[in-house]
Design a protein around this ligand. Structure first.
Ligand code: SIN
Ligand code: MN
Length: 258
């Protein structure tokens, strides 16, 4: 799986890329079949929503389940990033954000690097976030909102929010969002299950509550060059893994279920 020159240009110009239905329904259903057991575990890496108490995010999944351990090495996720970096990458984070029907809560406006910098001591915003939609994502069930080109501004000021949700996050202010949205508008990242998103570590994004009757689960893998590894971890390993073993991607015809 290789990105075209145009796709690489779009990614670096806009800060994100949407690759519709890159994984098949069967592949996604296989991945999803592992979720009920993982969510049922009494595990510190299962973080529950403030209000509804359903699982908000389930982390460290490549260390907890064999399908996820293959998914983080899948060439359809890893090879595009290898086109951008010739150096080794490590798995910084692997999770499913659940956003359950009726009860999934917001992800505040933020860019991931603010948390990676402040909590983990990462020096540069070189990581990429790779998502696979495990459900159809529509305007109704809490899609991500991106502010295109917001990754081009370096580092926006951010502050730690420990109150709005059950997941502490370095967030950006309404003033920053207003200014950027005025200049660049917004895009909601929607698509069928199996769709992949790639986005920069310093792209401003967020997502609203899911008040629809439809679940919106998304697999998220963050990869970072080993040379940019975290130096000052304050968070548990499942939030920023300390194992810097370079990712060896599986062969192109690999089965997630192999
Ligand atoms: C979400 O799952 O809606 C937010 C994901 C993210 O911030 O990367
Ligand atoms: Mn994020």
């Amino acid at each position: 799986m290789k990105l075209s020159d145009q796709q690489i240009e779009d990614l670096s110009g806009q800060g994100f890329l949407i690759l519709p239905e890159l994984f098949s329904v069967d592949e996604v259903d296989l991945v999803k079949s592992r979720l009920p057991a993982l969510f049922a575990e009494e595990h510190p890496a299962n973080i529950i929503e403030h209000s509804s108490k359903v699982v908000r995010t389930s982390m460290g999944l490549h260390l907890r389940d064999d399908i996820f351990s293959r998914l983080v090495r899948h060439p359809r996720l890893i090879e595009p990033i290898r086109q951008i970096y010739s150096e080794p990458l490590y798995v910084q984070q692997a999770k499913v954000n659940v956003k359950a029907a009726f009860s999934g809560e917001i992800w505040q406006w933020h860019y991931d690097f603010a948390t990676h910098r402040e909590e983990d001591g990462v020096e540069k915003s070189l990581a990429f976030n790779l998502h696979i939609f495990l459900d159809d994502v529509t305007e109704f069930n809490g899609p991500l909102y991106f502010i295109p080109q917001s990754h081009k501004y370096g580092e926006h000021q951010a502050s730690l929010d420990t109150l709005s949700t059950s997941y502490p996050l370095w967030v950006v202010s309404e003033d920053v969002v207003r200014e950027l949205a005025e200049l660049h508008g917004m895009v909601s990242a929607i698509g069928k299950k199996g769709t992949v998103l790639i986005f920069f570590d310093n792209l401003v994004h967020g997502s609203p509550n899911n008040m629809s009757p439809w679940d919106r689960s998304i697999f998220s893998l963050i990869v970072n060059p080993v040379s940019n590894a975290c130096h000052r971890p304050t968070r548990p390993d499942f939030k920023h893994h300390q194992d810097l073993t370079p990712i060896e991607s599986l062969s192109d015809d690999c089965q997630i279920s192999a």
